[in-house]
Design a protein around this ligand. Structure first.
Ligand code: F6P
Ligand code: MG
Length: 474
């Protein structure tokens, strides 16, 4: 299926796609180079000071260092090629995911003369970038299971202490109202709105945007006080929370989250899921869908769940600020409940939790470069598996771009129309802070008005959309 509008690509120097290929991707690739360089340096120093004289150990360390240098070489070449608009090369078969899909798409683009970095549609090129990176690591012996962004994800979560403690305390306070809440659905609906907003603004943190935002900016975006959330309501350009609430009561007891970023955003997803399972009478099962290769810097990979649970299990040693006694007990209650939910199956991952990076071969739905409307709608591991959900929450900007195909829709296009053949198949709730040019479901008047106030409103993460499209017949 094809929309009538062209995709966003870097041909417009005013678009965020151009800024991304010129500035943001090179910074991200340089970050990968620096990280491997630092690890290589540390390994060299450690092996020099190792007095054991073990020859086997030396061989292993040298092998790892040489492999690291190989990866650095590939990353440097990519930066060079990208800046010169060189052709994008085929994805090598590394035994991992979606190789044929990426290469078939690339072939099509080459035929149209769009197979290079400044000509390819932004959505494809960006997915391709992260898939290509995986081919640098997959065939190595020592870096095969390495996520170049893991440390960055953990560090950023370390700085999220204040917001984590606030939300944990809020959940602790809810606990004392549990009985009253279950009896009063009207109060639950108010909480639903609050939870949606909390989870929405959790998406404002995105490490791929750190190339634009300062750490202070990020802390500000994470502020979860009610007054701040209320003040931010004017930045939500469309809010379909009420319709989604109705769908939640449709009879299915399952909600799925198509996850976006690890760390603080994932924490807010878990808080939201906890609210659904613990406090509403409607939902008893939440399934989380992570990415199976390092993706768009900050996206959740399976190992990020254990990392998050570990962090929350010892907040004093993990976070940059230790919790007060009340906060410590609130965090501990939360993490114990979540661990129990994962054990009992109230919470689950769509892939085994111990999946490393790219262990699965064949197709993977969530790291496919195509718009969701172009994916096989009857794929039993993809959309088909979501048909029985009360609501499917698509988190973040990239999911929104894939839902709408990242094409130049007039901004007033109804969300349902922008979903193409996906419309009505599953109940879609998209929680998105605007970090890319594509906008739908916003009237021309509102768009003009916002544009006057803030010309970067489509991309700077300050504005947001809460969009819902029901499943047909529900
Ligand atoms: O690099 C740009 C981008 O694809 C934007 O869509 C967005 O800024 C980011 O990467 C991903 O955002 P999110 O983590 O919210 O999907
Ligand atoms: Mg992301």
């Amino acid at each position: 299926w094809k929309a009538h509008y062209p995709p966003y690509d870097p041909s417009d120097p005013k678009g965020f796609s151009y800024e991304t290929v010129v500035r943001r991707w090179p910074i991200i690739i340089t970050g990968v180079i620096d990280r491997i360089h630092r690890l290589n340096h540390e390994a060299t120093m450690a092996s020099r000071s190792d007095q054991s004289g073990s020859a086997t150990n030396d061989v292993e360390v040298n092998e790892r260092i040489e492999e690291g240098k190989g990866i650095i070489g590939k990353a440097s070449k990519l930066k060079y090629d990208m800046a010169r608009d060189r052709p994008m090369e085929k994805i090598e078969n590394d035994g991992g995911l979606n190789v044929d899909i990426f290469n078939a798409e690339l072939d099509e683009l080459v035929k149209e003369g769009k197979g290079s970095w400044f000509k390819a549609p932004w959505l494809f090129a960006e997915c391709y970038l992260y898939r290509l990176m995986r081919t640098w690591f997959a065939p190595t012996k020592h870096w095969n299971n390495f996520d170049p962004f893991f440390a960055q994800k953990e560090d950023s979560f370390r700085g999220s202490a204040a917001a984590v403690y606030q939300l944990a305390s809020m959940m602790q306070e809810l606990e004392s109202e549990k009985e009253a809440l279950i009896k009063e659905p009207a109060r639950l609906e108010v909480l639903w709105d609050e939870m949606i907003q909390m989870c929405l603004w959790g998406n404002a943190t995105d490490l791929s945007l750190l190339t634009n935002l300062t750490h202070e900016d990020i802390e500000k975006l994470q502020t979860v006080e009610k007054e701040t959330r209320d003040a931010r309501k004017e930045f939500i350009l469309c809010d379909d929370s009420d319709a989604a609430w109705e769908a939640l009561k449709s009879g299915s007891d399952r909600v799925d989250f198509i996850l976006d970023n690890a760390g603080f955003e994932f924490f807010t997803d878990l808080v939201f899921a906890d609210f659904l399972v613990t406090y509403t009478p409607y939902i008893s099962r939440v399934v989380f869908h992570p990415k199976t290769i390092p993706w768009f810097v900050s996206d959740v990979n399976p190992p990020d769940l254990d990392s998050l649970l570990r962090a929350l299990s010892s907040p004093s040693s993990f976070f940059s600020t230790p919790p007060s006694p009340f906060q410590a007990s609130a965090v501990s209650a939360l993490v114990s409940r979540w661990k129990r939910y994962f054990e009992e199956g109230s919470f689950s991952f769509s892939v085994p939790r111990e999946t490393g990076y790219g262990e699965k071969s064949g197709a993977d739905f969530w790291t496919d470069p195509r718009a969701y409307w172009n994916l096989h709608l009857d794929d039993p591991e993809g959309l088909k598996s979501l048909e029985g959900c009360a609501v499917v929450v698509f988190k973040g900007d990239l999911n929104f771009r894939k839902l709408t195909g990242d094409v130049k829709w007039p901004c007033s296009t109804p969300f349902a129309e922008a979903l193409g053949p996906l419309r009505g198949r599953i109940p879609i709730l998209s929680l998105r802070t605007n970090k890319a040019d594509v906008i739908v479901n916003v009237s021309e008047d509102v768009a003009r008005d916002v544009e006057r106030k803030d010309e970067k409103w489509r991309v700077n993460g300050k504005y947001a959309l809460i969009l819902f499209c029901a499943k047909d017949g529900v």
